[in-house]
Design a protein around this ligand. Structure first.
Ligand code: ATP
Ligand code: MG
Length: 287
């Protein structure tokens, strides 16, 4: 492997100019996106992707133009949950056209790029010992490419589904000049609250506001009160989505629950949360 001292200048690849050009392209692509909303939680498996899919579908059924960016590069699930897994990507000379769901939600996910043999994404580092060091930078690069190279068109909302962990929000916040805010997801358990409290702190430090806390899988455990967690942290409480196995069945079928069973309590909770966030965003003073 070459070391920096072996390279005069940077070997002629002009990495800085490449990244600057890509960032400029990203800004042009996102110029027509009104709101970028990130769905986050330090805790895994609490329903971030389910919330993302249902928020996107709920907004799309109320005439918002919506895109979903699956920022979970190692465990992508949005293509499956939104029913576009295996759909081809149309590639033009300077952009990738994301497939759209039946309700017009444009979806970009690593799952659409990987071969269908279920092999996970692997990051090739100069040596395996260094792979941990490189992973963050490579993930940020991949996400920058996704944002810069996807032809989202004009959107009202781009919903970003983040992997578990508190560190990923900073990456998205630094890449998207128009991050409108974050939605934080928890489940009713003390363990989840413990971790999510940290996520709230991280989200509050990001330059975008916290739009609020969603309690998912309500009723599954006799856990602590999510409204108290929101109040204690000084963020809005957006609502509780009950645990309902049909939510999971709908996700596995690739049809968001708000579309398949809109009258059920869980779907109504998702729809109310989506309406609250949308109203809050629409009421913001315009640019
Ligand atoms: N309200 C709910 N009722 C029943 N099942 C649910 C509910 N919300 C989510 N699920 C199911 O729980 C599982 C985990 O949800 P999901 O994949 O959305 O979590 P996640 O936070 O995105 O996970 P990860 O941290 O791995 O990205 C899924 O199988 C999903 O269908
Ligand atoms: Mg997920």
């Amino acid at each position: 492997m070459k070391k920096y001292k072996d390279i005069v200048g940077d070997g002629g690849s002009d990495v800085v100019a490449q990244v600057t050009e890509q960032q400029a392209r990203l800004q042009r692509r996102l110029a027509d996106v009104r709101f970028v909303v990130a769905v986050v939680s330090g805790k895994g498996g609490v329903g971030k992707s389910t919330v993302t899919a249902n928020l996107a579908a709920a907004w799309a059924t109320t005439q918002w133009r919506v895109g979903v960016l699956d920022a979970d590069l190692n465990g992508p699930s949005m293509a499956k949950m939104l029913g576009v897994r295996g759909h081809p990507l149309a590639v033009t000379s300077d952009a990738v056209e994301p497939p759209a769901t039946a309700h017009g939600v444009a979806v970009m996910s690593m799952d659409l790029l990987l071969p269908a043999d279920d092999a996970p994404l692997t990051w090739e580092a100069p040596s395996q010992a260094e792979s941990h060091t490189w992973r963050g930078a490579m993930e940020a690069n991949a996400l920058r490419e996704f944002l810069a190279d996807t032809d989202w068109g004009a959107l009202d909302a781009l919903v970003v589904d983040l992997p578990p962990g508190t560190d990923r929000l900073a990456t998205i916040a630094s890449l998207t000049p128009v991050l409108a805010g974050t939605v934080i997801v928890t489940i009713p358990s003390e363990v989840s609250h413990l971790v999510v409290r940290k996520s709230i702190t991280v989200a509050q430090r990001a330059k975008a506001p916290v739009l609020g806390l969603v309690e998912n899988m309500a009723g599954l455990f006799p856990g602590p009160d999510a409204t108290a967690l929101a109040a204690e942290a000084g963020i809005p409480f957006l609502g509780s989505v009950p645990f309902d196995r049909s939510v999971s069945i709908a996700a596995d079928r690739g049809s968001p629950f708000v579309v398949t069973e809109p009258a059920s309590p869980a779907a109504r909770a998702f729809l109310t949360i989506a309406a609250k966030i949308r109203d809050g965003l629409e009421r913001r003073p315009c640019c």
